[in-house]
Design a protein around this ligand. Sequence first.
Ligand code: AMP
Ligand code: ZN
Length: 439
Amino acid sequence: MSAVFWEKEVETLCREKLEALQLQRLRATIDQALKTPFYKKRLSQAGVLSGNDIASFGDVRKIPYTTKDDLRQGFPYGFLAVNTDDVIRLHTSSGTTGTPTAVYHTRDDIARWANLCARSLAATGASQRDVFQNMMTYGLFTGGLGLHYGAELLGMMVIPSGSGNTPRQLQLMRHFRTTAVHATPSYLLHLFGEIEKEGLTLSDLCLTKAYVGAEPHSEGIRRKIESLFGIDVYNSYGLSEMNGPGVAFECIAKECMHVWEDSYYAEIVDPGTLEALGPGREGELVLTALTRQATPILRYRTRDLTVIEEGQCACGRTHRRIARIKGRSDDMIIVNGVNIFPSQIEAVLMRVPEVGTNYQIYLDKQASLDRLTVKTEVAPEAFTGEFVALEKLRNHLKHLLKSEILVNPVVELHEPGALPVSTGKAVRVVDQRNEAYCG
Ligand code: AMP
Ligand code: ZN
């Protein structure tokens, strides 16, 4: 296997040097974090007053974890370590208008992030000869702009098509002979269906590879996309709290994702006890960004379940790898790449007096895409059985839900008492999308 490197020296640094670099950067990050109102308080409570308090990796446990709730509570500027004049961009986590978390970037932050994305793409053999069509959403979501900047840095010809509008995506792919695409796995399956519907064949396209991420998918789904399109598919993992894409990426070996350890310190912990788990043991991924200026984040609980793989990768990179994400340790659901908490849906429903107390969130697939259905009972006093009144309520709920969760739901209204009531803990989410995590 002949691997292509973007920065061979860093990517193949021996473990000893890589860990020394991590430790040095971790100390600098703590000093940077101490400039933020949040960490100034949190770290001093924990007795960490300077980066020098971390003498070895054993001391990392002195650093408290950071959670999404912390980020929400610190909104908008509690995690900002630089003057706002030095910030050139901000991003937020996908989904949700109600409870934002913001991550700010300086010019250097953006440059380093783009570099990690270029490194990731190069690890799959991509080069300036590629035409890259970015079918991820552009905007506050990091999937669009993140890989866009990396692909430009690598020298690919970038088509910033954004998500949706499948006929136009296909037109662009044919006109400009797109060789690489970036999309959610469910969108690629949908795209394939449309290719068939339009009577096109694979020989009308020049596609050789796809980058998929933003949502969980199985090895089976990867293989399916590979065989349908006759291409190589690479898994891309990231989260907005840690920049976005470019945190961990598959290389040409396609066996797990290299975490770029010069820029991230990765730990696996038991989500219940928060005890550190060694290599080969599955748990929650905890990440520390090691080079960020504007928003340094320490020991962030990603809630993503995975395992750090032991052993060397055939490509020659020394950065350790994580396995495909197995699931989440919280109840967040991801619908076509957008993160949603069931509590957001509940909050919307409970604001509407005509809605009863029992509801269910139902997930399935339609034409390869995720479909979210909110089934809810109508309150007895509001249930007249009149079609016009019910239609009005249904549209009202659809509108309220869309503006909260940013996904268009199907809304089903049921008579009072019609939905199943569980005797134990209510089962609010029924996920029939099958394959998401298995295999
Ligand atoms: P966001 O902050 O909006 O970019 O969402 C990040 C979350 O999306 C992660 O914490 C994961 O739960 C999920 N995610 C991103 N990439 C992947 C991937 N390749 N496989 C599985 N889940 C992913
Ligand atoms: Zn590799």
